[in-house]
Write a protein that binds this ligand. Structure first.
Ligand code: SF4
Ligand code: SF4
Length: 295
C-alpha cells in the first residue's frame, strides 16, 4: 500500500480538483481528506457516513459561579487575558481567548474552575463512489488540526491494510504549517499542485524545501498553466533545477467550476477534454512508478 499526498503551497490552486480526479482514475483506494481546517473534498465525493467519531479538541476552562468566591486570583494568573468579570459581576472565562493551559484550574483556592475538552470536532468513515473516505469537520476556532490529520491518516492506513488496497490518496492542507507536516510525514509521494503566479512560485518553493527535508519524492503539476506564460516558464525552470518531474501543465478552464457545481470530478464532467488528459498523465506516472516498484 502506497500513500500519495496532494499538497499546495497555498489554498485555491486546484489541489482538491486534482485529488478528486486522481480518485476517479485510481482503483483500490482509500481517500483521506487531510485538509481538516477547510475540508471540501466531500463536495465532489458526496460521502455517505457509515461511522462517526468525536475528536477531543482543546481544553476549555469554565467558572462555576456558585463556588466562586471572587478572589480574582485566576484573572491575574491567566496569561491570555481570557478571564473577565462579566456584566452581572461574575467571573467568567471568554471561550475564544482561552488557550486551555488549565493554570486557572490549579490556582483557584476553592476549585471553582473546571476544564473540559471540546467535543466540536468529528471525524467519519464514509462510502463514496470511489471507495472508502476518511474525513473530518472541525468546530469554529478549534485547534489541534495536526493531531486530527494524524488520526485520519492512521485510520486510512488501517482500512487500506485490512482491505488490501493499493493506494491511499491524501488531499493535503495548503501551506507548510503543522497540519501540512502531519499530512506529508511517512507518505510515499507528494504531488505538488501550483499555479503560475509570483506567490504560487514562492509558496511552491517553501513546500519543496519542506518536503525535501523529509526526503520524500516530489512531483509537480502546474494548474492554470496558460494564465501567465512567463511565470509558468520560471516555474518549469525551477522544477528542472530541483530535479522535480513536472507531470502536467493543466490549462485554465471554466469546466472546473461547472464540474464542481454539479458535484462531479473533471473526469466525470468532461472525460475527453484537454484538462482530463493532463490529469490522466499525472495518474499514469504514479501508476507506472508503483508498477515499477519505485514508490
Ligand atoms: S485555561 Fe489557561 S488560558 Fe484558559 S482561562 Fe484558564 S488560565 Fe486562561
Ligand atoms: S480563582 Fe476561583 S474563586 Fe477566585 S475568582 Fe477565580 S474562579 Fe473565583
Amino acid at each position: 500500500m502506497k500513500e500519495i499526498t496532494i499538497l499546495s503551497g497555498k489554498g485555491g490552486t486546484g489541489k482538491t480538483t486534482v485529488t478528486a480526479a486522481l480518485a476517479s482514475l485510481a482503483q483500490n483506494i482509500v481517500l483521506c481528506d487531510n485538509d481538516v481546517d477547510a475540508a471540501d473534498l466531500h463536495l465532489l465525493m458526496k460521502p455517505v457516513v457509515q461511522k462517526e467519531f468525536v475528536f477531543a479538541g482543546a481544553w476549555q476552562a469554565s467558572v462555576n459561579e456558585k463556588e466562586c468566591i471572587q478572589c480574582n486570583i485566576c484573572i491575574d494568573a491567566c496569561r491570555f487575558d481570557a478571564i473577565k468579570i462579566n456584566v452581572n459581576g461574575f467571573v467568567e472565562v471568554q471561550p475564544f481567548k482561552c488557550e486551555g493551559c488549565r493554570l486557572c484550574e490549579k490556582v483557584c483556592p476553592v476549585a471553582a474552575i473546571d476544564a473540559e475538552r471540546s467535543t466540536n470536532n468529528h471525524w467519519y468513515i464514509s462510502n463514496t463512489r470511489y471507495g472508502t473516505m476518511v474525513h473530518a469537520t472541525m468546530g469554529p476556532g478549534e485547534e489541534n488540526s495536526g493531531k486530527l490529520v494524524s488520526t485520519l491518516r492512521k485510520e486510512a492506513r488501517r482500512i487500506a491494510v485490512d482491505n488490501e488496497l493499493e493506494f491511499i490518496i491524501n488531499d493535503g492542507p495548503p501551506g507548510i504549517g503543522c497540519s501540512a507536516i502531519s499530512a506529508l510525514t511517512g507518505t510515499n509521494l507528494v504531488v505538488l499542485v501550483t499555479e503560475p503566479s509570483k506567490s504560487g512560485l514562492m509558496d511552491a518553493s517553501r513546500l519543496v524545501e519542506l518536503t525535501q527535508s523529509f526526503e520524500i519524492p516530489i512531483v509537480a503539476a502546474i494548474n492554470k498553466a496558460d494564465i501567465n506564460e512567463s511565470i509558468c516558464l520560471s516555474m518549469e525552470n525551477y522544477f528542472v533545477n530541483q530535479g522535480i518531474p513536472l507531470l502536467a501543465k493543466i490549462p485554465f478552464s471554466k469546466d472546473v467550476v461547472k464540474a464542481m457545481i454539479q458535484g462531479e470530478t473533471i473526469l466525470e464532467y468532461k472525460p475527453y477534454s484537454e484538462l482530463s488528459r493532463a490529469l490522466i498523465e499525472v495518474w499514469d506516472y504514479i501508476n507506472m512508478q508503483q508498477l515499477e516498484k519505485k514508490l
